[in-house]
Design a protein around this ligand. Structure first.
Ligand SMILES: *Cc1c(COP(=O)(O)O)cnc(C)c1O
Length: 354
């Protein structure tokens, strides 16, 4: 008899990153500013390869805490925030519990939820792709939801939910004894963070990543920020050496350079603004583009029934963007990359209009 996989594995839809080589990569929301090679090498020069790393990534947590003015006792480091989402779903929920996430939103919440046999409820966002806080609160009450997971600002919509609205949801969730897992992966590009509220709530966990604004996607480093009680539980639940020594060394070096980080974020925001400003008139006058959304992230989000065709035509020109159903998500790049994207985008949509 052949070995039979569990149903959840048979039904699993693996995350499919783009494969192949493309000259312009605007598909994964990465930073276009890599850490210089000599800084990478220098950061790694003191690593003792035969020794296990610091199990609690003390130095890198210290630097992250200084950067965001947090108490290190509120921070857990992870092998990317993806690992932290996995641990949270595995340990803060029990099989059969219900969680709520949204569509469209980051797909990994539902992915890990179903992997750990949690009932994943997905609420469709409204016509403007925003979260309706009142609808969320009543849904949570009616369905005994144990945790609400979402990204703010949102990947992929590029939109943000203001701080007062998130706080209103958080307070309602607290009354229902439900957790809020708030993914602030893109909050470095906006100013509505709830990081300063961490100690005031017993049900708030904020996720941060070094993969976007900090430019360390290759290094895999993320953080969960929550009150000391939940932090103790999370640290106990993670695997002992989840953040390797190379990541800790590079992360500590990158995070300690505060003025450099500010400068990089400003450059990314300037690139995002330039991309938005240039693509906006192209979208407006095109009969095949339905909508360009506002953006508080490092990418733009476009609704078009021709998303798949445009995506393929751009790939044919060696430009990778992300296609999601009737939407395109385009990360801002260097000036050169933006220019190439814009020239090709204009030509491709003109072509399709006939
Ligand atoms: C990119 C992204 C992450 C992934 O972060 P890693 O630290 O690279 O695992 C998490 N959440 C959202 C919303 C993202 O877009």
């Amino acid at each position: 008899m052949p070995y039979i996989l569990t149903r959840k594995l048979r039904e699993l839809e693996p995350y499919q990153p783009i494969s192949g080589e493309y000259e312009v990569r605007l598909d994964a929301n990465e930073s276009f500013l890599p850490m210089p090679q000599d800084e990478l090498a220098k950061a790694c020069s003191t690593i003792e390869s035969n020794r296990y790393p610091d199990a609690y990534a003390g130095e890198v947590i210290e630097k992250f805490a200084q950067l965001f003015e947090l108490d290190p006792a509120c921070i857990t480091a992870g092998n990317g925030s993806d690992e932290l989402i996995s641990i949270l779903c595995a340990c803060f929920l029990e099989s059969g519990d219900s969680i709520l996430t949204f569509a469209p939103d980051f797909s990994m919440y539902a992915f890990y939820g179903s992997l750990y046999e949690v009932n994943v409820h997905v609420m469709e966002k409204d016509a403007d792709l925003q979260i309706d806080v009142d609808a969320v609160v009543s849904y949570v009450k009616r369905n005994a939801i144990k945790a609400v997971l979402f990204s703010n600002p949102c990947n992929p919509t590029s939109l943000g939910l203001t701080r007062d609205k998130v706080l209103r949801m958080l307070e309602a969730l607290q009354e229902e004894n439900a957790l809020m897992i708030l993914d602030e992966a893109y909050m470095d590009f906006w100013d509505q963070s709830l990081l300063d509220c961490i100690s005031e709530y017993d049900n708030l966990i904020i996720l941060k990543t070094c993969s976007k604004a900090i430019g360390l996607a290759a290094v895999r480093l993320g953080f969960a920020v929550t009150n000391p009680t939940l932090t103790t539980a999370l640290r106990a639940a993670k695997s002992p050496y989840n953040v390797n020594a190379v990541t800790q060394a590079i992360g500590a070096s990158a995070l300690s350079d505060t003025s450099n980080i500010r400068n990089r974020i400003d450059r990314i925001i300037a690139s995002r603004d330039a991309l938005y400003k240039a693509i906006s008139p192209l979208c407006e006058k095109s009969s095949i583009i339905e909508r360009l959304y506002d953006t508080v992230t490092n990418f733009v989000f476009i609704k078009t029934p021709k998303a798949k065709e445009i995506w393929q035509a751009l790939l044919d020109r060696s430009i990778a963007v992300r296609c999601m159903g009737d939407y395109l998500r385009i990360t801002c790049g260097t000036e050169e990359e933006n220019d190439r994207l814009l020239t090709s985008f204009e030509a491709v949509i003109k072509d399709m209009e006939g």
